[in-house]
Write a protein that binds this ligand. Structure first.
Ligand SMILES: [Zn+2]
Length: 280
């Protein structure tokens, strides 16, 4: 019965999205469907076994019977991770994503002209985050949407691209009820490995639209508690502080637009002190 539900509910949902992508010049669209077909077929049908009436409670612990339930739906994303492609064109990115050996993908790519490309259905698990951690979440791919912005990492993002991103984020936030704090960057969740999106990315503007949190404007006279622990504050925000320098660099890139140092100055500490309380 469950497999029948999967066929009835999942197939139209998935293929509706993939087929609606009108970039048929990329054979990978067909390849995506084939891989999906293969994965779905591999799902074992759930056996319907009547609950045992003879086993004791103790024995049930060692003899698992699956009885099935009609009460389920698809898992949905709860984070959005923003990237820059570090490539010079969408075509380069699509080529990279079309090669199985690269083991990388994303749900969306947004071009410099603002055009949106939907590569994978939002409910599928794209491979965009890699080894990463945010708070206690260690499998970001399983619970997130990955958005790649066509940008080489050394240039500002175009207004058309950011406007398009904001429209997409608005849809995703409403569709999946994603909290504002869960709009983050790749470098935030993988500070030792990644630096995207770059320092040019307008996180403050995004926060004003409800995507990501931002510090309040801070009067210079504000004092930081003498017992304030900056690393603890970074950890509370979500950063993996096992490499404290990497976490500080990621924080400063995102919230201070500063890549000039690896340490927190007094103004950084004031900003962090103001910001982390929003995550409590
Ligand atoms: Zn990335």
């Amino acid at each position: 019965m469950e497999f029948g539900i999967i066929k009835k509910v999942l197939f139209p949902l998935l293929f509706g999205s993939i087929v609606s992508c009108n970039h048929q010049q990329y054979p990978v669209v067909v390849q995506t469907k084939v891989i999906h077909d293969t994965l779905i077929v591999r799902l074992p049908p759930v056996p319907v076994v009547p609950p045992s009436t003879t086993s004791s409670l103790d024995s049930l612990l060692y003899d698992v019977h699956t009885t099935g339930t009609p009460n389920f739906n698809l898992r949905k994303p709860n984070f959005v991770v923003i990237h820059h492609t570090a490539q010079d064109s969408c075509a380069q990115t699509f080529y990279t994503f079309s090669l199985e050996r690269t083991r990388v993908s994303a749900h969306y790519v947004i071009g410099r002209d603002g055009r949106q490309y939907h590569l994978l259905n939002d409910y599928l698990r794209a491979w965009h985050a890699g080894v990463s951690k945010w708070g206690h979440v260690t499998d970001i791919n399983s619970c997130s949407i990955g958005i790649e912005l066509d940008n080489n990492g050394k240039e500002p993002f175009s207004g058309a691209q950011i406007n398009s991103l904001l429209l997409l984020l608005d849809t995703l936030k409403k569709t999946y009820n994603i909290p504002s704090s869960n709009f983050i960057g790749h470098a935030d969740i993988a500070p030792r490995r990644k630096d995207d999106p770059s320092i040019y990315f307008p996180w403050k503007l995004l926060s004003e639209k409800g995507f990501g949190l931002w510090q309040d404007s801070i009067p210079p006279s504000i004092n930081v508690d003498s017992n304030f622990n900056a690393l603890e504050a970074l950890r509370i925000i979500g950063y993996n502080t096992s490499d404290s320098t990497a976490a500080i660099i990621a924080f400063k890139r995102h919230f201070m637009k500063d890549e000039s140092s690896k340490t927190l100055n007094e103004w950084d500490r004031k900003t962090l002190f103001n910001l982390y309380k929003k995550y409590l």
